[in-house]
Ligand binder design. Sequence first.
Ligand code: ASP
Length: 361
Amino acid sequence: MIKRTFIRTAVLALGIFCCTVSCKHTPETSTDTTTSAAPSGQQKEPFAIVIHGGAGTILRKNMTPEREAEYRKVLEKAIRTGYDILKNGGSGLDAVQKTVNVMENSPLFNAGKGAVFTHDGKNELDASIMDGKTLNAGAVAGVTTVKNPITLARTVMEKSEHVILARKGAEDFAEEQGLEIVDPSYFYTESRMKALERIREREKSELDHDGKTAFYDPIIKDAKFGTVGCVALDKNGNLAAATSTGGMTNKRWGRIGDSPIIGAGTYANNQTCAVSSTGWGEFFIRGMVAYDISALMEYKGMSLKDAAKEVIQKKLPGLGGNGGIIAVDHLGNMVMEFNTAGMYRASMNAKGELHVGIYEN
Ligand code: ASP
């Protein structure tokens, strides 16, 4: 009897072991927004990269073919930058930083050049980066003179003993470290100024506005925010995540969103996944969205796909927030999950297969 129980237990244990091993090496099924790093037979050294350029009410009917082509072109240029780094054996950190740099330098996105304006007509930039291998992280908030905030975030991570530096202090540190400094006017774009003017007009015409109403106005909620982010898995199995933004149009009082908050806008852990968020920042902070996805994987054993769905389709709307995330796990499974009408996004797997998306489908 004891012997039979022992044999049954041994067979069961063997079964569980085999399943765990094979499951570990089986990327999740692909859907429109979930893809895997390497198709079967290519499991060795999987690497993968995903980017976003912001989530919001991005509708085909509001887009001209020319404008759409411009977005697609920059998304492709950005992701190919990171892909080439990964393909040549470069680090996930280099890939996410350089990819975000491309989008920061494009006026199309709400990061670096092209950032949205504050209530006072300034551009205050936030960014963060995280290394999944060491759990090191760096972030900056409210900087106005640093051309590439994500580069500064990485410098904070690597060259200081701090995680977040803000405003003038962060700018002084950037100068000290020899980063590229620009006149604040560098970030100006007419379209972002017009967006601010529209909101200001609307504020004026609302009789009982109190600032809060204006800031949380549905117009702003539905705006195409345009924050940028990148997550990557490199050939050494290291995950990295980066996010950069100008925040939300008409922000005031030194408002800081989720993008420079580790765990909300950005998170990476080699044991689970790398995540970059975009959307209504206050809710991403309250929901600790990026970390929550990682935690569901770590403590509940959920797949990346299920964890992302749980947080973006259930928890976030439950709090009243909207937006999306991109993520990649330690096996190279990629996810682009959002609860808005659209999200600028792209992914590339180890085989070089490119997927670029804007709308829901
Ligand atoms: N999450 C950003 C913020 O709240 C905005 C965005 O992603 O569109 O600052």
